[in-house]
Write a new protein. Structure first.
Length: 152
């Protein structure tokens, strides 16, 4: 369930707080193949299950950028900012992929509000999203997302 902020300005007082977690999402081969088709990245470690069995992970793995792109799915499950005329993705800082996501894994995002400040008539928030892999001690992705929320 998303942490709800009634206005963008409430973000300013919540810096350092944990925001919660998204639902789990299964990463299946169909999703990996669709991402490969969309990006043209058909490296065998992602799309060839037979060859990947003998590879370093024993199965195909999700593209790192597929994992990163799913942060956009997780964010609305982690944080909801109300009282806005518009919210925009402004960018990302410090993206890391500490571990792989084997096919069939469940992943979810957890969020922490690491910065919030007023910028050009909006509130800019940096939410660190950590993509967890069920059963793994290491995250698959850690990214500082930057969003701008324009008050209504």
């Amino acid at each position: 369930m998303a942490r709800v902020f009634k206005t963008p300005h409430e973000l300013l007082d919540a810096v350092g707080e944990q925001l919660g977690r998204s639902d789990w999402l299964v990463i299946d081969q169909d999703r990996i193949n669709l991402f490969a088709d969309a990006t043209g990245d058909h490296q065998w470690i992602h799309v060839d299950p037979e060859k990947a069995v003998d590879g370093p992970f024993g199965a195909t793995i999700a593209h790192g950028y597929l994992t990163l792109s799913l942060v956009n799915k997780f964010l609305p499950e982690i944080i909801e900012v109300q009282g806005v005329s518009m919210g925009v993705n402004y960018g990302c800082d410090k993206v890391r992929f500490p571990s792989a996501v084997p096919v069939g894994s469940k992943i979810r995002g957890s969020g922490e509000l690491v910065r919030a400040e007023e910028v050009k008539g909006s509130i800019q928030a940096v939410v660190r999203v950590t993509v967890e892999v069920e059963g793994s001690d290491r995250p698959a992705c850690v990214v500082d997302t930057i969003s701008r929320f324009m008050p209504a």
